[in-house]
Design a protein around this ligand. Sequence first.
Ligand code: PHB
Length: 395
Amino acid sequence: MSEPIRTQVAIVGAGPAGLLLAHLLAGDGVESVVVESRSEEYVAARIRAGILEQSTVDLLRSAGLGERLDREGARHRGIHLQWPEERHHLDFVDLTDRSVWLYGQTEVQRDLVAARTAAGQEVHYEVSDTALHDLETDDPSVTFTSSEGEARRIVADVVVGCDGSFGPSRAAVPSTVQQTWERTYPYSWLGILADVAPSTDDLIYAWHPDGFAMHSMRSETVSRLYLQVPNDTSLDDWPDDRIWQALATRLGHGQDGWELTPGPVTDKSVLPMRSHVSTPMRHGRLFLAGDAAHIVPPTGAKGLNLAVADVGLLAPALVELLRKDDSRLADDYSDTALRRVWRCTHFSWWMTTMLHSTGDPFDEQLQLSQLRWVTSSEAGATGLAENYAGLPIGF
Ligand code: PHB
C-alpha cells in the first residue's frame, strides 16, 4: 500500500451531502478528502429530487453556491392539491412567508462539483472495497481500492458517511448500538421526464381512486410527472400512451378547461417508496449525514433538503471540534439532527398516506376528509405549508 493520505475529515460519498460538507468545511479552513464508488458522470447525471426548501436555498446562497440557482431556479409560491372535481392552491408565502425553489438535484450537484473542482478538492471517484476502521479511536481511517487498482488508506480525525443507504458507513455502526425504524409502502412511483412545457404553474399533487399522480417540472420546456403504481411494476407494461392516459385521468384533464399536454418521454423509471431512520447519527469518530442515516418517500420533497440540513448542522460542529477542540456541537449532532429527521419522516409519511390509494374504502374517506381540511382550514393549510417550505435549520 502506498503512503496513507492524511486529512482532517474523510468523507465517504460525493453526492450533494458529501460535496456540500467538503465545501462548508473548506470555507472554515478544515480540509477533507472525498471517496466515491461511482463515476463523476454517474453521480452528476442521476435524476433525483427537484424542490429546494427555503432553508436549503438560504444555506446554498450563504455558501456562495447560489448564483446559478438565482438565475435559473424558479421560485414557487406553493402547490396545488386536488382530487376529482376539486383543485385548491396552497400559497406558502401567504401562509408562512416562505417559499420553495424548483432546481433539480442534478443542478445542485453540478454547482457543487464546479465549486469543489475550482478549489482543488481531492475526490477519488470509482473506488471499490471502501471500508471504515478504528472509529472508536482518535485515528479513524478509510481504506479503498483506487480506480487504478491501488490499495489506499486515508487517516483522518473524523470520518463522515454520506454514502447513502447501501454504502458501508451505516453498516459500520455496531449492531449493539444501532437502532433502525422502517416502513415500506405497498406502492411505487413510475416517474417520467418529458420534453414538453409544463401544463401547470405550480406543482400538482393529485389524489385519485386509480392512484396518486403528480405534475412537477424541471424547466420551461421539461416536465417531470409521476404515477402511483403497484410494487414490482415492470416498465414494459407502461408504454408512453398508457402513461399519458393515466396521467390525464388522474390529473383531471378536461376539468374546468384544464388540459395536460403530452410530449416525448426522455426517461422512465420505477421508484420504490420507503421510510427508514437509523440511529445514532454519530458513533465515536464516525458521523452520518443524508441518506446514510435516513430515507423518506419522495412525496414531501424532503430527501435532499434533509441531507442539506444535516450537513448544515454537522459542518459547524466539526469546525468547532477540529479547530477549537470544543466537542459540544459534535456531541449534540445526532440528537439535534434527529429532531428534524423525525419531523420530516412524519411529514413525508403523512403526505404519502394522505395521497396514495390503498384500495380500502375507509382509508379513502379519511384521505378525502384530511384533504378537505388542509385546503379549507387556515390552520390545516399552514401546517402543511410550514413543513413543506421547510422549518429553519436547527429546528
Ligand atoms: C420532482 O420534481 O421530482 C419532485 C417534486 C416534488 C416531490 C417529489 C418529486 O414531492
